[in-house]
Write a new protein. Structure first.
Length: 736
């Protein structure tokens, strides 16, 4: 059973547990961070940092009334208790424990006295390297993450286990309960304490019990004034305390042979170095917290120094524990290799995962740590290993929602609400950013907009974007394709008609698009294909902002923003007499030119990701990942059908490819041909090929240097004299 559990739905995916877990034993799935038991060392850091209390530790509190009712119950009190119960005298705490129901209180200092001789004996016989094994989180860390160091762990029980064995020997029928600041002791109990320990309570849990019995509720727990000038004897629950107990006179080791290590970052770095043979020390006194007085469940408002002081103060007046001579205890223990190997991704797999969150170049890797991992690469590895979700990336999510943010900002300005299913301009190119800027500008007024650009380039997307940004957004956006309908039909579609207006006219008539778009926007698509007579009628409507239904006499007001779009060059059509100049000027108040995709290819990877995710959502399958080489093929192609063509390809690949990663060999030949033609070269005599290349490079150097021969020669790293000779040889004198 895991010591730490996640309470579903309390987790708000802030990733602070991921960030603070020293061994990356947190898995994020569907936005919930849970503990991975095989990797967890029960250090309790995730419990400590979770502001939502979504991490819960296993508790034995409910077992205690049963223990108390059943007979003898021994409390084993961790030596750090004076730093947590600083507001009580030790005897007061012991008395309260007895009032609660404990029949005996044994301090774990007993276990220290018991284990120190066994430790010393081991150290004398193993002088090369020994790692202290008192801290259960460190034992867990070495067993699970540094298995090569297992042979160096001192195979002697911890002070808690030793005192539990002692208590069991003295009170064979009793229930034995350890009380301390440590969560990992709960794990130690199940792994090493079977049969000797019955429960582990934390100081925090004990305080809860005491409070619920009304013992300490009224006590002042504010920080006490610290008296000064005491002499400070060494003690165990402090960092380095073990060493001072084991070797007070320096008879076992020289000072430089001992490494005292504490705190999760230092421990991790140290163990890595030790594993890599970079450390010279012979005895390692190591604790995952900064001393046990820093344990996750200390529940003490005192700073570390003040906690230390409380320990020293108690140590000065505490008498040595009276231990029965030679208790028959076996304090030996064995450690096991619990290393759970996770598969490592290859370099190209890491790159593919990075690309998914728009990290195409090293500069794109911000290493901001918002996902809980120190670097984007570490996070990519975690994604590969199933520990992290691919979109746990704040900069990526911000980028994704760029369009939405602009809308929100605009909405905030206009105090308007948000519409679902809005479509945005995807892309980060300068061209795309400019389009967004223009859309925001256009949305702030009602002027007519003319959007020109090649087919499939996003004219309608832009028109919708403007509409949704504008304060007409709560009214309809109506589009009509002016090229798709014959003239008379187009007229009745736009203006509507009255009953009996023409043969086949519907009973009761029909409203036209101008009416339907009331309060909203109307997109006149393919306006360049509108017949001239229809253009005249439209012009009247735009000028007078009024119209009548076909066959009607009643005048209606035009209350719609007009957006026109075309893939034809309207100015040329005006010259050719195919489009009315006056209508052109009426429409062309705000003029937008959508760039063809070949002119903003840097948006391709973003569009690919967007369409792949859109497809994944629509099909309820994971989105496909497009390999770097595949994106490379997309970048080489000129996309005559623009974004629509790209979207169609992505859609087709989603349906036709079973693999998760789309590779170039999945692509249709017209996309791979170009890539191939770049890498395969025409075979010809080498000398000739070299000369060709030389000539090309010289011509280019001249061009980029503005025909400055000296600069061009320098760029190519060629002596000037040789450069002149080459100019002559290749007939480039006149251009130089
Ligand atoms: N910047 C973009 N972001 C997201 N999707 C886009 C973008 N540009 C185009 N698309 C998508 O490409 C397809 C074609 O876009 P759209 O219909 O707006 O092009 P168009 O220029 O109006 O084409 P046509 O001239 O043929 O009417 C649509 O499916 C649209 O969703």
């Amino acid at each position: 059973m895991p010591v730490v559990k996640t309470i579903a739905d309390k987790c708000k995916a802030c990733y602070s547990c991921v960030r603070n877990c020293p061994v990356k034993a947190i898995k994020v799935e569907l936005g919930q961070a849970t503990v991975v038991e095989e990797r967890c060392i029960s250090c309790g850091n995730c419990v400590r940092v979770c502001s939502q209390n979504a991490k819960q530790i296993v508790s034995y509190v409910e077992d205690l009334p049963r223990f108390f009712a059943g007979g003898e119950t021994v409390a084993l009190l961790a030596p750090s208790f004076p730093a947590s119960f600083y507001y009580l005298e030790a005897e007061e705490l012991f008395a309260d424990l007895k009032s609660l129901g404990f029949t005996q209180v044994i301090e774990v200092t007993h276990g220290i006295e018991l284990t120190v001789p066994a430790y010393r004996e081991f150290l004398v016989n193993n002088p090369d390297l020994a790692i202290s094994s008192y801290c259960p989180a460190i034992v867990g860390m070495i067993e699970r993450h540094f298995p090569t160091l297992i042979p160096f762990l001192v195979p002697v029980d911890s002070a808690v286990l030793a005192s539990a064995k002692y208590a069991r020997w003295k009170f064979p029928q009793a229930k034995i309960v350890f009380i301390g600041p440590c969560i990992a002791k709960k794990e130690e109990m199940t792994e090493f304490g079977q049969g000797v320990l019955d429960a582990v309570l934390t100081f925090k849990e004990l305080k809860g019990m005491l409070d619920s019995h009304g013992f300490h509720r009224e006590l002042d727990r504010s920080v006490p004034q610290r008296p000064r000038g005491e002499s400070l004897p060494p003690l165990f629950p402090l960092s380095g305390g073990l060493t001072r107990n084991l070797d007070p006179d320096g008879t076992l080791y020289r000072e430089e042979d001992i490494a005292i290590v504490d705190g999760k970052e230092d421990c991790l770095e140290f163990l890595h170095n030790l594993q890599d043979g970079l450390v010279q020390a012979r005895f390692i006194d190591i604790l995952l917290c900064r001393g046990c007085i820093d344990g996750p469940e200390m529940d003490s408002p005192l700073d570390l120094f003040s906690r230390k002081y409380q320990i020293f103060k108690y140590a000065q007046r505490k008498k040595r524990d009276e231990i029965e001579p030679n208790p028959p205890l076996n304090l030996h223990r064995e450690f096991a290799d619990k290393h759970h190997v996770l598969k490592e991704p290859s370099e190209s797999e890491i790159k593919e995962i990075l690309r998914y969150t728009n990290k195409f170049k090293p500069e794109d890797e911000l290493n901001c740590g918002s996902c809980g991992y120190d670097s984007c690469r570490e996070k990519a590895v975690a994604v590969y290993q199933g520990l992290a979700e691919i979109d746990m990336c704040l900069p990526y999510l911000i980028e994704q929602s760029h369009g939405e943010i602009e809308i929100y900002k605009e909405r905030l300005r206009l105090k308007q609400t948000y519409h679902e299913n809005e479509q945005f301009l995807i892309g980060i190119s300068a061209a795309n950013l400019e389009l967004r800027r223009l859309a925001v500008k256009a949305s702030r007024n009602d002027a007519n907009v003319l959007i020109q650009g090649e087919s499939g380039g996003g004219k309608e997307v832009f028109a919708q974007f403007v509409h949704r940004l504008s304060n007409r957004r709560d009214h309809p956006f109506i589009g009509i394709n002016c090229a798709a309908l014959p003239e008379n039909l187009l007229e009745s579609e736009l203006f509507g008609y009255e009953e009996g207006a023409f043969t086949g006219a519907k009973k009761g008539g029909k409203p036209g698009k101008f009416e339907l778009a009331k309060g909203g926007s109307i997109l006149l698509d393919e306006i360049g294909d509108m017949p001239l007579t229809m253009q005249a009628k439209l012009l009247r409507v735009l000028q007078e902002r009024e119209f009548e239904r076909v066959g009607g006499t009643h005048t209606l007001r035009l209350d719609a923003r007009i957006i026109a779009a075309t893939n034809r060059e309207l100015r040329r059509l005006v010259h050719e007499g195919k489009f009315r100049a006056d209508l052109f000027y009426r429409l062309n108040v705000i003029s937008i030119t959508m760039p063809p995709l070949r002119d903003h290819k840097e948006d391709i990877p973003h569009l690919v990701n967007h369409f792949s995710q859109k497809m994944g959502l629509a099909r309820k399958v994971p989105p496909k990942i497009f390999s770097e080489d595949t994106i490379g093929c997309f970048m080489q192609y000129d996309w005559p059908g623009n974004v629509r063509e790209l979207e169609n390809i992505i859609e087709r690949l989603h349906y036709t490819v079973d693999e998760n990663v789309i590779q170039p060999y999945h692509l249709p030949p017209f996309l791979t041909k170009l890539a191939k033609s770049d890498s395969s070269v025409e075979l010809k005599p080498l000398k000739e090929a070299v000369q060709e290349l030389e000539k090309k490079m010289i011509a280019q150097a001249l061009k980029t240097s503005g025909n400055n021969r000296a600069a061009a020669a320098q760029t190519l790293g060629m002596p000037r004299a040789t450069f002149y000779l080459k100019l002559k040889e290749y007939g480039l004198m006149e251009s130089g």
